[in-house]
Design a protein around this ligand. Structure first.
Ligand code: ADP
Length: 330
């Protein structure tokens, strides 16, 4: 057995004319490797690989994604079975609540709703652009240093629709994870569009280390049916379910204080019990939640003593407990 000395790396990039299939080029290159082995002193060729430019770009980006995401301690996706249940509102307020809860400057939100991004508006960041520097593009910074990336920052006009098919959306989401300089974060929340389409599927594939998903629903029976789809989807993709949040859970009249269950009540808890998942809590309907979102002011900062804000803080504690518990198991 020869004694191993230096390992030399020979890098070569070859432009190959069209019409030469990769298998033929690989075959021809075997002659090159034979020539290297004939070199005096070389006794073993430890690796050879022929990759196309596209494959190289892909693997470089994959490497960047892994390096970038290794600096983010926890990744949580916020999902819902259907639109309009307040998923983005909940994602934004959870982010703010987490930032207030010992994570100032350490929270990020990826608005992965390519077709209907609404996180920037809710955090007063509409019209912002991503600043680009040598290491990549930097997220916008909002309340309590929350880092935000959204398709909205790339559109020339807020009203411009994005008309993209699945593969393009996957590419955009991959770039959001690999080419954005997120920096060191405690938690990255990913606000996914409703349903079980391309974006949640992309996220599940790109972030297999995801800590879990939070499912947002409203109490009505129609919503309960679609929640089951979200739960099945998450389970099939092997994403842990942190729990379910019931939003728009009752309305307390600001004048008489009486509670009205506009979308019925208790649906979230019922479905959680039925599907054996954790019920994280309920957020009431509150006019101020809607008004603050439209003004771009985080509700939980503006109205910290409201019933909804208290509920958000309790939910955040449960999420933290889940993360701690899972971390201990690793
Ligand atoms: P989704 O992301 O599920 O489509 P949004 O978060 O965009 O839903 O919310 C839809 C609308 O409902 C927004 O105008 C938002 O301000 C409002 N909304 C959400 N949750 C509440 C709530 N608990 N009380 C009052 N308005 C709410």
């Amino acid at each position: 057995m020869e004694e191993e000395g230096l390992t030399l790396v020979l890098r070569a990039e070859a432009k190959v004319s069209t019409g030469h299939p990769k298998t033929k080029v690989t075959h021809d290159l075997e002659k090159v490797t034979e020539a290297i082995l004939r070199y005096e002193g070389v006794f073993e060729l430890t690796s050879t690989q022929v990759v196309t430019e596209r494959e190289k770009q892909f693997s470089d980006q994959e490497q960047k994604l892994r390096t970038n995401m290794s600096k983010v301690r926890h990744k949580i996706a916020v999902i819902s079975g259907k639109g309009g249940v307040g998923k983005s509102t909940v994602a934004v307020n959870l982010a703010v609540a987490l930032a207030m809860h010992k994570h100032v400057d350490r929270i990020g939100i990826l608005d992965a709703d390519i077709h209907g991004p609404s996180v920037p508006r809710m955090l007063g960041l509409t019209g912002q652009r991503l600043r680009v520097g040598p290491p990549g593009a930097f997220p916008a910074s909002g309340t309590l240093g929350i880092k935000v990336v959204s398709m909205d920052f790339l559109l020339s006009d807020e009203n411009a629709p994005v008309i993209w098919r699945g593969p393009l959306k996957m590419t955009a989401i991959r770039q959001f994870l690999s080419d954005i300089v997120w920096g060191d974060l405690d938690i990255l929340l990913i606000d996914l569009p409703p349903g079980t389409g391309d974006e949640p599927l992309s996220i599940a594939q790109l972030l297999p280390e995801m800590d879990g998903v939070v499912i947002v629903t409203i109490p009505s029976k129609v919503s309960q049916v679609v929640v089951k789809k979200s739960v099945t989807f998450a389970r099939q993709l092997g994403m842990p379910i942190i729990g379910v949040i019931e939003n728009m859970s009752g309305f307390i009249c600001p004048h008489c204080g009486e509670k009205s269950d506009i979308f019925e009540s208790g649906g979230g808890l019922k479905i959680a019990e039925e599907l054996d998942i954790t019920f994280l809590g309920s957020i009431p309907l509150d006019q101020e939640i809607c008004e603050d979102a439209d003004r771009g002011e985080p509700f939980i900062v503006e109205h910290p003593n409201s019933a909804a804000s208290k509920s958000f803080m309790e939910i955040v504690q449960k999420i933290e407990d889940f993360l701690k518990h899972e971390e201990k198991k690793r």
